[in-house]
Write a protein that binds this ligand. Structure first.
Ligand SMILES: [Fe+2]
Length: 565
């Protein structure tokens, strides 16, 4: 048995545990610190990964780190006896590190900081940032045959775009492009110019784009992005200086280009500028992906890296007709790097081991009935136990109530997938405004996503494929647009979670019950969190969120809390 702990330290720090190639635990540290995009040490995440499988650090065979560079902090997390980390891309025994103690003193943390002494025979594997992204996509993929893997983000280990071949369990690099080709930075610079945060607000930019007309401002962003043709970078872009700093525990960026882009935003309609940014991203990405598909003589595409959080880009690629099998790792940003590094380390040593296509992302903490009830009792709350919570919640939702739904293991990645979700009927258009005003307090233009029964996917989604994780949008079937208006975006798309019964029985039952009452087997599903905070993890956070906004009821396992009218 091979147990690999992946740890990512940086934007969206995280830890993951892979046992014999299977992901058994994965969580971002932000869920414990309650600081969104937390960038410090993932000590809570490591602790959770080990405890969730009843393991201790001495049981871990390999520590996989998605970074080429040395990370001195590893010394005290894993008690490496002061050995300095060196950049390595191949496995190296820890004892060897210990023998090569460098002159530079190791970081000395305060005594209250927990550490996890590793055994001396354990190995540390450094995996290049984009290779870890590529591994997260390739080794979680159900598709067969040669895969083109494309990774795109702002920057990681000096690379912004990676092109890879995935075949017979091996990943081979084909192309790496540095900062001068960063389409991720371009999109983030526009985001910052619009007043949102680089590395956080890109979804808002994407959400605003369908309200604009890029033809009205075509070319206004031309001097701010790199140009690609035939799979190659033909016009590199000088991004100037980039700055980052730590804001309350999370890394934030600023790049020079955002200043002149803001002048453009002020001069034209914001919607039109975002539409142009989206057009540029899609057009330039096509210039990378399609030529490489041809060169590699494949129609199978795997994607990861933060740029592929852009569900509209993913939809355009899929609708091109040039792809037969399309897999996007559903946690494509840097919080997915711990999984990617661990998977890479696993298959680098054993390329013939069977891979495991992911079926769900429920790899986070869960809390048992006793812990939930104790949490409610301690707070002296007037809760009750309900046997058939699916039927209870379905009736509430059919009455246009807003229900918070907390069940089982927390989802990995940025999307709530029915275990830490806020739900409402999508059957009335005004429900979108109600949930915005009472719960999410966010911009009116931003769309909400639906969860729908997998069996009904063709009723709602055009040109649909098996896709479970809200990582791509699809055009909504015309016959359904009027039936579920609260989740149909301005461009008539939906960004769905399709729910299979065997992956989440309780959530499937709930949507099915709702369908029996209202005729629509689909719910509006948004993440269970207070604005600006990470998704709730523990029941106490669920309760705090419940009383901090206009939710009507909270279902915690089989327990129900209601606010009376
Ligand atoms: Fe990245």
């Amino acid at each position: 048995m091979m147990r690999i702990l992946g740890i990512h330290i940086g934007h969206d720090s995280s830890a993951a545990l892979v046992v014999d190639g299977k992901i058994v635990a994965d969580v971002a540290e932000e869920r414990f610190t309650r600081i969104k995009h937390y960038s410090g040490l993932p000590l809570g995440a490591i602790d959770y990964c080990l405890k969730s499988q009843r393991l201790q650090m001495k049981d871990i065979d390999v520590i996989a780190v998605p970074a080429n560079g040395g990370i001195p902090d590893l010394n005290f997390i894993f008690d490496l006896k002061g050995a300095r980390q060196e950049p390595k891309t191949t496995p190296r025994r820890m004892a060897e590190f210990a023998r090569t103690v460098m002159k530079r003193p190791a970081t000395k943390p305060p005594l209250y900081i927990k550490n996890f002494p590793a055994r001396a025979s354990a190995e540390i594997v450094h995996v290049e940032h984009h290779l870890a992204h590529a591994a997260s996509a390739y080794y979680t993929n159900a598709n067969q045959g040669r895969q083109l893997i494309v990774t795109m983000d702002g920057i990681g280990d000096g690379v912004s775009i990676g092109v890879w071949r995935g075949e017979n369990g091996k990943i081979t690099p084909l192309k790496r492009i540095g900062r001068e080709g960063s389409l991720g930075w371009f999109y983030s610079n526009v985001t910052e110019a619009l007043g949102w945060w680089h590395g956080d607000g890109e979804g808002k930019t994407m959400g605003l784009a369908p309200y604009g007309d890029c033809a009205k401002v075509k070319g206004v962003l031309d001097r701010f992005y790199p140009k690609f043709s035939g799979g190659e970078l033909v016009e590199p872009h000088d991004f100037g200086r980039s700055y980052f700093w730590n804001e309350g525990g999370a890394l934030q960026w600023h790049l020079d280009d955002s200043v002149p882009i803001r002048e453009i935003v002020n001069q034209y309609r914001r919607e039109d500028v975002t539409a142009e940014a989206q057009r540029v991203l899609e057009e330039q990405t096509r210039q990378i992906v399609f030529p490489w598909l041809e060169k590699e003589n494949t129609r199978n595409l795997c994607c990861a890296g933060g740029v592929f959080l852009n569900v509209k880009l993913n939809q355009r690629l899929w609708e091109s007709g040039k792809i037969d099998q399309h897999h996007i790792y559903p946690n494509p940003g840097d919080s997915g790097l711990a999984v990617g590094a661990a998977l890479y380390a696993c298959y680098a040593t054993n390329p013939n081991a069977p891979t495991h296509a992911i079926e769900d992302l429920y790899w986070g903490p869960e809390y048992g009935e006793k812990e939930i009830e104790d949490t409610l009792k301690l707070r002296n709350l007037n809760y009750r136990r309900v046997e058939d919570v699916e039927a209870f919640a379905a009736r509430q939702l059919a009455d246009d109530k807003i229900v918070a739904w907390f069940q089982g293991r927390m989802e990995s990645g940025p999307r709530a997938l029915g275990n830490r979700s806020i739900l409402m009927s999508a059957n009335r258009a005004e429900n979108k405004d109600i949930i915005n005003a009472r719960i999410k307090f966010r911009e009116a233009f931003r769309p909400f996503c639906p969860s729908l029964l997998w069996e009904k996917r063709a009723d709602y989604l055009e040109h649909v494929r098996d896709e479970f994780f809200m990582i791509t949008s699809f055009t909504c079937c015309e016959t359904k647009r009027k039936n579920v208006p609260a989740v149909v975006h301005a461009d008539a798309t939906l960004r769905p979670q399709t729910v299979k019964k065997e992956f989440n029985r309780r959530y499937w039952n709930l949507i099915n019950e709702f369908g029996k009452i209202t005729g629509e087997s689909l719910l509006l599903n948004t993440s269970f969190n207070i604005m600006g905070e990470p998704i709730v993890n523990h029941p106490r956070e669920a309760i705090r969120c419940f009383y901090d906004n206009g939710l009507d009821s909270l279902v915690l396992g089989n327990f129900v809390l209601e606010k009376k009218a």
